[in-house]
Design a protein around this ligand. Sequence first.
Ligand code: PEP
Ligand code: MN
Length: 263
Amino acid sequence: LVSRKRRAEDTVVEVKGVRIGNGHPIVVAGPCSVETREQMETVGQGLRAQGIVVMRGGAYKPRTSPYDFQGLGREGLVMLRETADKYGMVAVSEIVNPADIEMATQYVDIIQIGARNMQNFELLKAAGSVRTPVLLKRGLSATIEELLFAAEYIMSRGNDQIILCERGIRTYEKATRNTLDISAVPILKQESHLPVFVDISHSTGRKDIMIPVAKAALAAGADGIMVEVHPEPSVALSDAKQQINLEQFGQLMDALREAGYLP
Ligand code: PEP
Ligand code: MN
């Protein structure tokens, strides 16, 4: 169902007037984790000033260590919803439990399935059974084919509003947190009719190469990029090293506009 062979035209994911996959790239931005109302207010205001229409913020955080901040859960979804509504944005947040999918549809406009859960088949089935669009991230060590089969799980249950997201894969290279598989973008666009995003934060794990990496993603044909933005990254409760502040986000947006990737 996700194959180009089944559908020649590009799928456009539409949510509250935001169109994803129609040839105009989208920038999804926001903090790694929802932390406080003040944090969400500051970042929401900053994103809106840059014309951002899709805001991210994690409430259920899949952390490597059980001792690290695990996210605010439902309370975090509420804060994200309030901020997105206040600034006229749509909200995307990761859900990790199949039992929470139905609940999440009340709070988010796009359900994110994270890299660690790309092959959580019960979660994929649950996401397939609702009509809320799904942002499906590539697994840490998943092949392109496995990503497409994961999307097939969702679509075969009846939900055809899916965005694929390349977020870097594991290799021996240590200079970046993961290795951005840039060729996955044109391959996914060729193999599938679904929109394709690139997460420039989790793929690189560093903030000093955001601009060229974002340009590379868009030059390769990505329908959007995702970037983590925090009012004060050094004190962020998760991914402090890779989140950029609002000023750096402004520089990224300026660079993408100057290069003609964004209007
Ligand atoms: C995220 O986007 O919040 C996240 C945890 O990313 P990933 O699943 O790609 O690691
Ligand atoms: Mn993160």
